[in-house]
Design a protein around this ligand. Structure first.
Ligand code: LLP
Length: 467
């Protein structure tokens, strides 16, 4: 794929607007391939449920951000992949190869990046309740930026930095008061939010850094994130105006203090269903870059380094989940339930956000549609419904269902509810499947359990692990 693909032809589908991975195709026997790998065979080899991630789609998404920013924004820029969407050490390596930075939000995500050997100067540490231990880990390893969410962060960072005689580069996270049309739970930029400084608190935070914490903390810029699964670019343009006006005023009021970075967060949406119509990443990023460039010029402000934190738009459509069809129940006159061997433990999004997904029966791609069914999981909860109203061919036990668009916030939000082991994650490319995360086993499930001595019988000795 040539690098001019993205800017040269903005009307072509970008990875975030094509519901399926960009390598999706059918082989001579009408069986679906992703990354050149036959999905039905993949299910046989690796078992189900199985998370599949298409390397080419992830790389194309990374290039869509990197190259569009490089071409459309005359200042410096760095897209930071929001690891919460889907993280494993292998995926972190892939992001490193693509020249991405990372946005991490916990000690666990940070530790994963450290263990993967990711260049930590390209890491931003976010979060609304960072512990002193997490901040210690971040500062000890020298992460590039910490996004300060509140006064507790400032106090902790100051103490830790002072004890290590280090100076830490921070962004201040603000809640800009922007409303955008997305699910209530994934809105974050509106005023009544747990994240970031209210704009009225901002002067006090800057004062603290500039006065008391001058030796330990350097203010590099502001950070905001307005929400997720956003289909409009206008809220980003509004955000740029709000933030750049603050930059301008800060320079006026704090002796010419110029902030070098601006972090606009993540949130660009993806196509899960045919009716979804998000802007393609290259077009959206180009618009954002041009707006920032123009607005900074208008204010006569030096171009800040442009940071973005895309999560979903980089990995959602790269992913799909393979399930095996099991039991079925026909409720006459109402609906037919078809149960698969996964469910809310590997995809909580329909239950949590009423998210919708599309799917195909991988071993019966060309079979005629015969009925419309409701796909449910095997978790002990009535709300464990994956897809309502999926048109399907005649279904039988053992058929392989491929659910699209599950690359973001599926594996990363997976749980062991009902003590089901979590699925494996495989990366497919050039006809090969590479395991990124191994399938859990029943032993993984019990490995953290301890049975206190007073609850043991003497006869348990032979069957229970010695703890
Ligand atoms: N930056 C910050 C500060 C964030 O809070 C988020 C997402 C992102 C970046 C990445 O946003 P994205 O580009 O992925 O939209 N679990 C929900 C999504 C929660 C998003 C939370 N923050 C879901 O499954 O839809």
């Amino acid at each position: 794929m040539s690098s001019s693909f993205f800017l040269g032809d903005l009307d072509r589908p970008a990875p975030n607007t094509s519901m399926k991975p960009i390598t999706y195709s059918l082989d001579d026997n009408s069986q679906p391939l992703v990354g050149g790998v036959n999905l039905v065979e993949l299910a046989q080899t690796h078992g189900t449920p199985l998370f599949v991630l298409d390397e080419a789609t992830v790389r194309a998404s990374a290039k869509a951000y990197k190259e569009t920013l490089a071409q459309a924004y005359p200042g410096a820029s760095l897209p930071l992949y929001a690891c919460k969407a889907n993280m494993s050490m292998g995926l972190v390596k892939l992001m490193e190869q693509e020249g991405m930075g990372l946005d991490v939000v916990s000690g666990g995500e940070l530790y994963t990046a450290i263990q993967a050997g990711f260049p930590l100067d390209r890491v931003l540490f976010n979060g609304n309740n960072k512990t002193a231990q997490e901040l210690e880990l971040a500062i000890h390893h020298g992460v590039g930026r910490i996004s300060v969410d509140n006064f507790q962060d400032l106090e902790f960072i100051h103490k830790i930095a002072a004890s290590k005689a280090k100076k830490v580069d921070v962004l201040l996270r603000i809640t800009p008061g922007i409303e955008c049309h997305t699910h209530d739970y994934i809105k974050t930029g509106h005023i009544d939010s747990k994240f970031g400084f209210d704009l009225s608190q901002l002067p006090a935070a800057i004062d603290l850094i500039q006065d008391g914490f001058r030796e330990t903390i350097t203010l590099k810029g502001l950070h905001a994130h307005i929400g997720s699964q956003i289909f409009e670019t206008k809220p980003y343009e509004d955000l740029i105006e709000i933030m750049m006006n603050i930059y301008y005023n800060v320079r006026e009021q704090y002796d010419g203090l110029v902030m070098e970075d601006i972090d606009l967060g993540g949130g660009l949406g993806v196509t899960y269903m045919g009716q979804d119509d998000p802007p393609a990443v290259p077009a959206a990023v180009q618009g954002i870059a041009e707006k920032l460039n123009a607005y900074a010029k208008r204010l006569n402000y030096p171009l800040p380094r442009l940071l973005m934190e895309p999560g979903r738009s980089m990995v959602a459509t790269a992913g799909l989940t393979l399930y095996t069809v099991g039991s079925m129940k026909d409720v006459p006159g109402l609906r037919k339930y078809v149960a698969v061997d996964g469910g809310m433990g590997d995809n909580i999004r329909p239950a949590l956000y009423q998210a919708q997904y599309s799917a195909v029966v991988a071993n019966k791609i060309n079979a005629p549609v015969e009925e419309t069914v409701t796909i449910v999981g095997k978790y002990c909860e009535s709300g464990d419904i994956l897809i309502k109203g999926l048109p399907v061919p005649h279904l039988e036990n053992g058929d392989i269902l491929a659910v699209f668009g599950t690359g973001a916030y599926n594996y990363s939000m997976a749980s062991n509810y009902n003590r089901f082991p979590r699925p494996a994650v495989v990366l497919v490319e050039a006809g090969k499947a590479h395991v990124l995360v191994q399938r859990e086993t029943y032993d993984t499930i019990i490995q953290q359990d301890l049975i206190p001595l007073h609850l043991r019988r003497s006869s348990d000795a032979s069957v229970l692990p010695a703890h």
